[in-house]
Design a protein. Structure first.
Lengths: 116, 112
């Protein structure tokens, strides 16, 4: 079983559409994250949730809205998609609030979003 | 906020040689420094990590060193193999804000 699983793996859509990416972890972790990896491979944190509570909200357009129905799930909804949103989006989790030696960050397999 | 700089951006070595990747961080409160390996089309995977109270850690062919005074840390891979080819990321965080900030990545190519 994949510890952090996200769907879909690939998402191709047109500008202006609204789409969602789902993430689930079965590790029993308290904290979940969304990271964006751009075409230059740069990994940048977008959001984190701890026990369904928003903890980190980086400078991300309002078109991006995370939702955590429970601590095992963190979904990402994107409104009015733009060309610049094309990237790989990684979900991740850690046992406690901050990644540490005893609570490292575990990534999902990523969702490659292509906006045309 | 924390800023992590990573060098070089690309590194090509011959099989069997050593590879060294260096990172510097800006936040003196950072106390956790993991390294991730990302193969093409795959997710980043943790390969080794270190706390700030330790200067060096080894795991078989990989080692990480940390200089807290200079605020830099390095990844050393010895006896490189073609399967070591990947993008490697350093990262840093403190236990206050929960953010793990990544370096820009190093694309390592090991030629047989």
């Amino acid at each position: 079983d994949t510890a952090v699983s996200q769907t879909p793996k690939y998402l191709v859509t047109q500008m202006g559409n609204d789409k969602s990416i789902k993430c689930e972890q079965n590790l029993g972790h308290d904290t979940m994250y969304w990271y964006k990896q751009d075409s230059k491979k740069f990994l940048k944190i977008m959001f984190s949730y701890n026990n369904k509570e928003l903890i980190i909200n980086e400078t991300v357009p309002n078109r991006f809205s995370p939702k955590s129905p429970d601590k095992a799930h963190l979904n990402l909804h994107i409104n009015s998609l733009e060309l610049g949103d094309s990237a790989v989006y990684f979900c991740a989790s850690s046992q406690v609030l901050a990644p540490t030696l005893d609570s490292p960050l575990h990534f999902g397999n990523g969702t490659r979003l292509t906006v045309t | 906020g924390e800023n992590v700089e990573q060098h070089p951006s690309t590194l090509s070595v011959q099989e069997g040689d050593s590879a060294v990747i260096k990172c510097t961080y800006s936040d003196s409160a950072s106390n956790y420094f993991p390294w991730y390996k990302q193969e093409l089309g795959k997710r980043p995977q943790l390969i080794i990590d270190i706390r700030s109270n330790v200067g060096e850690k080894k795991d078989q062919r990989i080692a990480v060193t940390l200089n807290k005074t200079a605020k830099h840390f390095s990844l050393h891979i010895t006896e490189t193999q073609p399967e070591d080819s990947a993008v490697y990321f350093c990262a840093a965080s403190n236990n206050q804000g929960g953010k793990l900030i990544f370096g820009q990545g190093t694309e390592l190519s090991v030629k047989p």
